[in-house]
Write a protein that binds this ligand. Structure first.
Ligand code: NDP
Length: 457
């Protein structure tokens, strides 16, 4: 039985119990698997043969999980040791592909949840990429450029044994942007003595990066939301009040595209707190504070003293108490709790677009769906980043570059296709506009087909 007393499919329940018992200290990983497995029940009911093939058991067990020591010497001459990870979850439909996260909260559970989600996300893009993820509990905040470079070089000294353009292709994530990718790429090139552009994505434009990669996750989120709003009452962003958590790569470019579409973005945040500017967020200033100065968002008040700043004091972030039409969580996992979801609904929100990975707790998602709020699920809605990474890989192979418009148009087409795939699967199983289940089912159906075709591997 599920928590609510609903009878679960026996096979799904068995696999979920197995995952819980085998990974009992990995709460984020269990959460991600539970969310997927419960939504796959209609497909599993339809395909009893999957149990004999142990399809789900194979899907929830990573092909390989690597953990390694990352020592470096800081500016004070001290030796510091961190732990690095790479989970190579699934190479079913292409080389392992997924970002690297540098954040003190990184542990095996977080890397596995991200790697698991990545398999489904990458399948949705329609491109030949498998699922992987990695990172370290290293915190780049407050470190000098020299320390960041030394750490990245040490991290790559081990990681290089496990990756390659046709094996595993890492990219950025929280705490890993163009600067870190540059240092990682430099070290890879030095050790391997070869220019292998396609081994990392999110590279700088001067040595093999793709135009529009930086913008891709945020822009892609808004393209997906545009389609979702259109399909539900022909709505648009025009004049809608939007709140966006985070002020990093995803949040900034989601904000930029939402503004282009006529939205009124009134709040953004960082890990310390949020800015509420009822006149509309000054994005150029946010970029200056976050991209150029790497400073705290409250510096916004120095230029706009009339704006309000609310500090994060609990797991219920204050940004979700601000009245708006659309909420875009673009910071981190579990940032929308059930309490926050209740506030959003009480304030009349119509749609939530997940730019971050698993930003809503399971209870929050269930509450939003039960209250007829449109939810754009992360696996689908933030897939624009990895899709554009795959386009970067293609350009590296071809030794040819597309211009910005070409990449952006491909990204837009991919997001439209992803939305339609989610919509089609939801309709097929009478799930209405539950795109959360739609995304899981669409991705799983593709993966199940590939798994059956490749035999027991
Ligand atoms: P960045 O590091 O560029 O930005 C992250 C932002 O979120 C920062 O503003 C940061 O605040 C805030 N943040 C991070 N951790 C927390 C926390 N624990 N509580 C509150 N706020 C927090 O990361 P990205 O923009 O690249 O990634 C954001 C999310 O999007 C992640 O979930 C990531 O997995 C997901 N994602 C990213 C993709 C990409 O292409 N970059 C692709 C697909 C998904 P501060 O500035 O204070 O650190």
């Amino acid at each position: 039985m599920s928590k609510k007393g609903r009878v679960m499919n026996k096979y799904t329940e068995k696999v979920l119990n197995f995952v819980k018992s085998k990974n009992e200290n990995e709460k984020e990983y269990i959460q991600a698997v539970e969310e997927v497995l419960t939504s796959l029940e209609p497909v599993i009911n339809e395909h009893p043969e999957y149990e004999n093939l142990a399809l789900l058991e194979r899907m929830v067990e990573p092909e390989r999980l690597i953990s390694f020591r990352v020592p470096y010497i800081n500016d004070e001459g001290q030796v510091i040791v961190h732990r690095g990870y790479r989970v190579q979850f699934s190479s079913l439909i292409g080389p392992y592909k997924g970002g690297l996260r540098f954040h003190p909260s990184v542990n095996q559970s977080i890397i596995k949840f991200l790697g698991f989600e990545q398999i489904f996300k990458n399948a949705l893009t329609g491109l030949p990429i498998g699922g992987g993820k990695g990172g370290s509990d290293f915190d780049p905040k407050g470190k000098s450029d020299n320390e960041i470079m030394k750490f990245c070089q040490s991290f790559m000294t081990e990681l290089q044994r496990h990756i390659g353009k046709d094996i595993d292709v890492p990219a950025g994530d929280i705490g890993v942007g163009e600067r870190e990718i540059g240092y990682l790429f430099g070290q890879y090139k030095r050790i391997k003595d070869t220019y292998e552009g396609g081994v990392l994505t999110g590279k700088g434009l001067s040595y093999g990066g793709s135009l529009a990669r930086k913008e891709a996750t945020g822009f892609g989120l808004i393209y997906f939301m545009r389609e979702m709003l259109k399909a539900n009452g022909n709505q648009t962003f025009q004049g809608k009040k939007v709140i966006i958590s985070g002020a990093g790569n995803v949040a900034i470019y989601a904000c930029q595209k939402a503004l282009e579409y006529g939205a009124d973005v009134i709040a953004m945040s960082d890990s310390k707190g949020c800015i509420y500017d009822e006149k509309g967020i000054d994005l150029a200033l946010i970029k200056q504070i976050k991209e150029e100065k790497r400073a705290r968002i409250f510096e916004y008040l120095k230029v706009h003293p009339e704006a309000k700043y609310y500090e994060n004091q609990s797991e219920d972030f204050p940004i979700w108490a601000i009245k708006a039409d659309i909420a875009l969580p673009c910071a981190t996992q579990n940032e929308i709790t059930l309490n926050s979801a209740k506030k959003l609904v009480a304030n009349g929100i119509i749609a939530v677009g997940e730019g971050a990975n698993m930003p809503c707790t399971k209870e929050a998602t269930e509450y939003l769906l039960a209250n007829n709020i449109l939810v754009a699920p992360a696996k689908a809605a933030n897939a624009g980043g990895v899709a554009t990474s795959a386009i970067e890989m293609s350009q590296n192979s071809m030794r040819y570059y597309f211009n910005f418009e070409e990449v952006n148009n491909k990204l837009d087409d991919i997001m439209v296709n992803i939305f339609h795939a989610c919509q089609k699967s939801a309709l097929k199983y009478n799930l209405g506009n539950n795109y959360v289940a739609g995304a899981n089912i669409a991705a799983f159906s593709k993966l199940a087909k590939a798994m059956k075709a490749q035999g027991v591997v």
